[in-house]
Design a protein around this ligand. Sequence first.
Ligand SMILES: [Zn+2]
Length: 518
Amino acid sequence: MSRATRRCGALALLLLVGCAVDQRVTTQRADRSAVTTDPAATPPTPPTGPPQTDPTESTGPGGPTSDPPATTDEPGNTVVPNDLLNFGDDKPPRDYDEFLALALADVERWWSEQYPVLYGEPFEPLQGGIYAGYPERTDPIPGCGPDAETTYDELQLFAAFYCPEGDFMAYDDGESGVLFSLTSEFGPSILGVVLAHEYGHAIQARAGVLAAEPATIITEQQADCFSGAWVARAASGEAVGLELTDEDIRSGLISIITVRDPIGIDQFDPGGHGSAFDRVGAFQAGFTDGPERCVGLIDEPLPLMPNEFTPSSTDTDGNADFGYGDGEVVNFTSNDLNEFWSSALADSGDEPFTALEVVPFDDPGSIDCDDELVGNEEVGALFCPSTRVVHLDEPLALSRYEDFGDFAVSYMLGSAWSEAAQTTLGSPLDAEDRALLSDCFTGAWALTLIPDETTGLPISATGAFIEPGDLDEAIQTALVVGDSSSSEDVLGSPFEKIASFRAGVLGSVDACRELLPD
Ligand SMILES: [Zn+2]
C-alpha cells in the first residue's frame, strides 16, 4: 500500500550532519487553503521591534564570536544585517532574506538564554557562520570532511546542513533548490524550521551529544524537537522581530515531511532521519513540552515506528488499485475496518458493531440518507447511521489517491468508521473533539495493520497490512484536511490531528477511549 522513493546514495560520502531531501514528496495541498498561500499574500509577520538586528544581540553571553564571516550586502539587497550570514559574492536577493536573518538572530538569542539553563554551562555562539549556497557563487563554502570546499551540488542534496568541524552551517539558496520552492509555495516560515533544526545540531556539538556518536536518528529526533520548541516560541510571540501563525506551523510540518528519509531506509542506518511519522512526533514533542523535553531524548528516545515493515517491501509502487472489487483499496480497507471494529467493540458493555458498506458519490445532492450524516465533507467520507452506509466523495478520494497514495483513501474511510464507532459508543463529543477522537481511532486501526516486527507477517484479521510510507500518507492527508486556524475548532488543526493520529498508532484503542468523557 505504499509508494516507494529513491535513496540518496551520496549521503554516506559526506561527513555532514545534514538533512537529506526527498524531492518527490507530494506537498500539494488540494484544499481551500492552497488558495491563500500566495507567498506575496503571506509575508512574514511585520517586525514588532526595530527592523534591524542589533549585532550585539546575536552574540550570546558566552563571549564574542571570533572573526565572523563578513556579510556581503549587495547594493539593492535590503536584507537585515546579520553577522552570522555569509551571502557570498553574487547572491540573488530573495523574498525570504529578511525573515531568515531575523529567525537566525532569534534562534541564537534563544539558545543564549536556554543553553546555560539546560546544560549548566555558558553558551558559545556559532563560530563559523552560515553560508548561502547558490550556483552563481564563486566565494568558496568550506568543505566538511576531506574536501576543501562544499560544492553547490553537494549542498543541494541536503537543503541545509551543520558541519561540526568548522562549526558552520550552509543552506541551499538556489532557485532550483527545495528551500526556494517550499518558500515560494508556503512562505518563508519553513526556513525558520529548517535552520532551527540545523542550529540544534550546533547545540549537540556544544553539549557533547555528537561526540558520543549516538545513532543519527537519535540526533535527528532531538534536532526536530529543538526546532519544534523554537517554533512554539515564535508562535507565542516571544521571538524578536517575527511571529509565526497557525498557517506557518502547518508549513513547518510540511517542511519536516519534505526532508524526511526516503522510505525503506532503516532509521538506524547512518544518515537516517526517520519517517514523517517519527519526525513530526519529535517536532511536536518540542513544540508542546519545550526544549527541556528535547534534552532528554538522547537517553530516552521517543518510540519509533519501523520504516521497513517487511523485508520484502522492495516494489517501487506499493499502491493497491483504487476501486471496489476484490483486493482494491476501498474494498479491502472496508473489510478490514469492519473486522477491526466488530472485534474492538466486542467487549462486554459495548453495543455490537454492525458492518458498514461504502457507496461512492460524485454529487453530495445524490446522497440518500434520512437522518443527519455524521462526519465532515472536508474529510470526504460521511456516515449515515440509519442505513449504515459510508458515502465516499469519489473525486476527492481519487485526487488524494493520486497526490499521496492509497493509505490517504484508507485514512478517509478510517475516519468514517471511527465516526460510526463513536455513534455505537454513544460518544457525546462533537466538532473538533469528535474529529480528533476519530483521528485517534483511525491511528489505532492503523496500528493493527503494521506487520509483526519479527515475522514480518500481517496481524490484522483480514491479512491486510501497511507498508513503509503508508503512515506518512495518513499524516499528509491530515495536513490538508485540518482547520486552517487553531481557533476554527471544526476538525482540529493539522498539528492536533497528527498528534491524535499518532496517539492512536502508539497507544491503541484503549488510549483513544480515554478521550471519551465518563
Ligand atoms: Zn539534521
